[in-house]
Ligand binder design. Sequence first.
Ligand SMILES: [Zn+2]
Length: 509
Amino acid sequence: MFGKVNSMGLFGLNAFPVTVEVSSAPGQPNFDIVGMPDIAVQESKARIRAVLGQLQLRVLNGRITVNLAPASVRKIGAIFDFPIIVAILKASGVIHNDCSDTAFVGELSLDGTLSPINGALGMTIAASKNGIKKLFLPKKNAKEASVVENIEVFGVEHITQILEYLQHGTGLSPEPCYNPSSERDLQKIGDYAEVMGQNVAKRAIEVAAAGSHNLLMIGPPGSGKSMLAKRIPSILPKITFEESIETTQIYSVGGFINSDEPLIVTRPFRSVSHTASAVGLIGGGSIPHPGEISLAHNGVLFLDELPEFERKVLETLRQPLENGEITISRASGSVRYPCDVMMVAAMNPCPCGNFGNPLKKCTCTDKMVTGYLNKISQPVLDRIDIQVEVKPVKFDELTNRIPQESSAVIAERVQKARDIQARRFRGTNIRSNSRITPDILAEVCPLTEEAEEAFKNAFEVLGLSARAYDRILKVGRTCADLEGCEIIQKKHIAQAVNYRSLDRKYWNR
Ligand SMILES: [Zn+2]
């Protein structure tokens, strides 16, 4: 007696086809699962026995062996319950369907209900790529999986439904393709029209959002840094379908999907507490799960009170910020999670908060200020393209009631600049100016003669590093894109150089 069905496995973001084979032989009743199963898969046996008992069907007895192929890859989780039971029904002659272009994935509870699984979107994409035409999975994952093309997705609530469908062709129908609205909820996010004054900071945020540049805001407590940061999602460029699928896959693997609104259709904004661990921030664990930096993929990672983070935790961000992805290695294999983020950080300039404030006196000693600032190392600082001071709002700015520019108007400029970048980088892996690679930097960042002269001067006078040179050029590119200029002008370079001036004012005093 033999039965075989298709399923999918998952390791990190990596989904792959798995074949589930069941065979039986006469002898003492026994039930074995082979092919590198982990403990959760081994526990399938108890659930499968319980569910088969409930179905009250004549199924195999004797020595039952389940093989999960390919045997060279470790199978993780309880997602094979469902295909194993279908394969047993096939081997027992309860069902006779040709399932060669069909796959099953799902976890069972003892009463035969299918429980939602992590990573459904990625598995559906991989199934479609591997020629599977029909995928049966838990009902709660069906909406998420329905966005994948060239495959019919069936949501199953209870094991009896699949039995009815496979025996009589009734009771289940393909999930309609989910098409969510991507409107942002400005009521919840807030609008820059509500923030009085702060034009310098608002402009810096606009440039950062337009080119996906990392941003640092320094200012005394109460100057409005968090208020400015919280509104960034109101001006971010629209997420593309491809980006939405990438980000959703990470949420899906991490188990952060809301089954009613399963697709991430606006750029994520992840605000991380300074008590976060390195694993929480960049990912990890024995079966490596994505960290906050990957959950912020294609969006914003916000670190408030930056010097309050443990220094060694901040240092772990260096490589992921540079590469836009993180690789976590384990004995069972290595997992790669993308993390192309715009990092936004906010901080006070010193423990009391008033260092550099012309209106209030700083009560810290010089040593305290230095110690505080030095919690952020030069390599971390180097990765922040735009640094801006947020000053306390003056009384007349608060009371003059001059209408402030709305987020919608700023968002339109940001989107235009991002559209220019999309055309510029078509056919490459680059999505924004912040990720321009050294090999094309000179080609995509032409300068006017005047701008080149000014840049050369600034470079010599300020003693900039080669790394700073590249980053200033990229920010200058974004400033020019915001004005629709093809060639970068002197004012754009001046603005970009200005955004790098705070490390001299605070760190290299
Ligand atoms: Zn102070």
